[in-house]
Design a protein around this ligand. Structure first.
Ligand SMILES: C[S@@+](CC[C@H](N)C(=O)[O-])C[C@H]1O[C@@H](n2cnc3c(N)ncnc32)[C@H](O)[C@@H]1O
Length: 371
């Protein structure tokens, strides 16, 4: 028999007042559609599912009419909406991490007698991940020519190229007409002089007409999008060809593939849990998947880049240019770095990772999606 819940029970379980539930009922947002044995109105499983969506969106700051539009949208199903919700919550978590970073910086500055300006103080509220960490990016993030060649090759004969989540433009081909899209003002401001024109927008809402580019590319950015499938479909909508470089964190045991996540930073698994697996992303745009090996001397300092140069992860500059280290939080970062430092000093790291010494390139789950 289906479980039904009284108004009081639902209020108690969800941590909201009965008055709130009555209000949602009165405005037709969530109506208890069942009856208890004694004839009182009660919430069915479907009602609870709807209420849960409403409350989660409320917690994210959505207005009631906005929520009604979202959850009644016939173009989405429950799983899609849960995924979207999850993405929004992760975005909020990243925003909190960005605010913590900004506060730490201000505390440090104040300890040195430096007072932040009113503008800087107010920026804290708009702190987004890349607004907080973006300025550290160019120190170690640059074009890796062997991987760039793979991306440019996959672009085929495309003359006009849209680069989504473009950052500082490390992978923009110089011999084509490029338009960049980048939501972070800090990242946009760091684009080199003469770089392709850059539009402030997100992948999920590309401000371009259908099929307005020969190709659209996205490099190392999909994991930041709150709705990766929607972003990829947008790329597909505006371009005839789509090329995406991303990370495959699906399948059992993927986090054992790379010693850094396996032995030092298991928290990375929490960051990616629940995100659509790479084959689902590929399916969403009809893409084929190609593995991309990471050369041992990879020039772009992304998370896995230093797989054969472990000492690099002890360098604060290397870590600050990779969002994972901010997203896992300071405690996990300190623990991981101190363990790695010890293991390098005692030879334990070398012992455990003996098999890497002879490799020139490693398969650590990086993938090219080509559609
Ligand atoms: C790791 S950086 C990669 C930048 C650049 N593609 C590169 O390879 O150097 C990730 C970028 O994705 C951007 N980003 C975050 N959320 C986004 C979204 N929803 N749509 C498009 N870009 C986004 C960030 O602001 C950041 O610049």
């Amino acid at each position: 028999m289906e479980e039904i819940l009284t108004v009081g029970r639902v209020a108690g379980l969800a941590g909201v007042s009965v008055r709130t539930l009555h209000h949602y009922d009165a405005i037709g947002l969530v109506r208890p559609s069942a009856r208890t044995a004694s004839g009182y109105r009660a919430y069915s499983a479907d009602d609870v599912e709807r209420l849960r969506e409403v409350l989660a969106h409320r917690r994210l700051g959505f207005g009631l009419s906005e929520i009604a539009d979202l959850i009644d949208d016939p173009a989405t199903d429950a799983v899609e909406r849960l995924r979207r919700l999850r993405g929004l919550l992760l975005e909020q978590r990243d925003q909190a991490a960005a605010m913590v970073t900004a506060i730490d910086r201000e505390v440090e500055a104040r300890a040195m007698g430096i007072r932040t300006t009113p503008t800087e103080q107010l920026r804290l509220f708009g702190a987004k991940l890349y607004e907080a960490i973006g300025s550290a990016y160019p120190a170690t993030r640059r074009t890796e020519p062997r991987i760039a060649a793979r991306v440019w090759d996959a672009l085929g004969d495309a003359r006009t190229v849209l680069n989504v989540g473009a950052g500082t433009g490390s992978y923009e081909p110089a011999d084509r007409e490029v338009t960049a899209v980048e939501p972070s003002a800090v990242m946009r401001a760091q684009r080199p002089r003469g770089a392709a024109p850059c539009v402030a927008a997100t992948a999920e809402n590309l401000p371009f007409e259908d099929q307005s580019f020969d190709a659209a590319m996205a490099f190392s950015t999909v994991h930041h999008w709150h709705d990766p499938v929607a972003g990829l479909r947008e790329m597909r909508r505006v371009a005839r060809r789509v090329v995406v470089f991303t990370h495959d964190a699906s399948g059992a045991g993927w986090h054992h593939r790379f010693w850094l996540t396996r032995d030092y930073l298991p928290e990375v698994a929490d960051l990616v849990a629940g995100r659509p697996p790479v084959d689902e992303l590929a399916r969403a745009i009809g893409a084929r998947l190609e593995p991309v090996l990471i050369p041992w001397d990879c020039a772009d300092g992304f998370f896995e880049a230093h797989w054969r140069r472990p000492e690099a992860y002890l360098d604060e500059r290397v870590r600050r240019a990779v969002s994972v280290w901010t997203r896992v939080g300071a405690e996990a970062e300190e623990r991981a770095v101190s363990r790695l430092r010890d293991d390098l000093a005692t030879g334990r790291w070398a012992e455990r990772n003996r098999d890497l010494a002879g490799l020139d390139a490693a398969e650590l789950g990086l993938r090219l999606l080509v559609a």
